[in-house]
Design a protein around this ligand. Sequence first.
Ligand code: BDP
Length: 611
Amino acid sequence: MPFDSLYPRITKTRRIQSLDGMWDFMFDPAKQGQENGWHRVALPQPVQMPVPSSFADLFTDKMSREFCGDMWYQTMVFVPGEWRDGNVDVRFDAATHRAEVYLNGEFLVSHEGGFTPFCAHLNSAVKWNDWNVLSVKVNNELSMQSLPLGITKTLRNGTPINLPYFDFFNYSGLQRSVRMLYTPATRIEDLIVVTKEVEADRAVLSYKVETNADAAVDTCVEVVVLDEDGSEVARVQGASGDIEISSPRLWNLRDAYLYTVSARIVDGDEIVDEYFDTIGIRTVSIEDRKIKVNGRPIYLKGFGRHEDSPMRGRGFDPVTAKRDFEIMKWMGCNSFRTSHYPYAEEELYLADREGFFVIDEVAAVGMLISTTNYEAATQKAEKVTLFDAPDIAGPMLKTHLKAIDELVARDKNHASVCAWSLFNEPDFSSKNAVPYATEIFEHTHEIDPQNRPCSYSNVTRCRAGIDVCTHLADFMMLNRYDGWYVSPGPEISDAYEILIEELHKWETLEPNKPFVFTEYGCDTVSGVHKLPSVMWSEDYQREYFELQHKIFDQFDWIVGEQPWNLCDFQTVEGRGRVDGNKKGAFTRDRQPKAVAYVLRDRWLSIPDYTD
Ligand code: BDP
């Protein structure tokens, strides 16, 4: 559904009404909301719930925080009568992990996947120029068929809880904005722009405008390109074709230039519909064992991040997003990975503006049943390979492909989105993973209009020689914890040798691919100091990073480093987690640990482009 993925814009023909704010909310532990008519009448005992936000950290009792199951959000929506001639949709930027939407009791739409947008089309059920009851049933249960993966467990007292197969808190709810959109009856449903050719004095973009009108309207589409001053630099007719831009300003790492592409359906002098998006003119390629932007080799400096902040949980917060970009810029970063799910669209618009290279990750995390969650790993759970279990992998593939479809549909035009990450730490130790992974990779290349490089982050237990899917990746991403989970503390000199040995293996196994370290790090409690260092101290974190960098600098095909993590973040509880994961270079409230200065000194001395 292309329209759903278009970021909402107000234009000459389109209107937006924000539905963010306090909604009525109720948990539905017995799953009887529907029977009791909660989809059509006022919730019987609602509490107030801010949208967007995760619900988990707002309550003061534990079982609310841990709630697993159905929950209902409800609000009254006034739909203006003058919108009757067009389309009225409610767009949910995200509902984690799945939702059903009702208007005045009528079912409108359901959606699976907690990190991509979808719309409920109101027209069939709306009361025009009147108040309407908008009810949303959200469910946050994890399963072996959900992305991310996990299971639920029922406690002896009958209460279900989520057991994530991933190391971040299972924040959920309406975590991103909800907006009511008015669009004309004949409307633009998608806009796709690709940089086709770049030469010194000209660039060619190819574009496509999809509408809900029949082919006759084709000739009535026009596309105008504006530069940053708002001056028109090109104008073309037709629903698809090429646009030539003379003397183009390119989008570069940390030196972004954005054009506005405005598409219109016109009927004589009348603008029937108008939509615009911002784009950057740039190419991304892999050549000579380097990642190149605009044909020039780059070095990635940045982090694996999380959308995570106190109280809001994973609820999108522009203040936190802004602060994250400021601290990343202060550090000399030029990139990040959207570990481990698609981030809010506003994050990507910021990245476009700031010239960040984003590795955009789908929520395929937890595909390593053998470690299940952090706790099970320490209990040496029996090793099962997900891809050896056809009953799991088969249905999962469908969910995974759909999640990629929605990710690419949403993020395809972003200049900052330079690569796709299709899995985080999958168990690629079994040859049964190959058909699954092949389908995922081939499909992504096929649907991405820009055909960006694709990769996945390789996990320590699938080190060089064990992983059977490396041939699929356009560049390799390694997550390594040698010196933390492997050979930690006084054994760190072994860690050094283990990693060097492995890299020598990769050198021959994948002689043509550039490598990026997409995770490395160690848990560090801010304020703990010890000389000589011990694990969990800020001193150990510094030494650990200095050692890793000494390794990276020996291999010129290592073309980037993204430590884990920018900030401390909330996780499941566990013996190895001190109120969350403490691998941040910054605390959860975004203040630096000692290692932030080490990284900053290093990164300010490494150029973004290495030619
Ligand atoms: C990696 C995961 C990441 C974890 C990290 C850790 O990709 O989500 O948070 O380990 O253990 O395996 O800190």
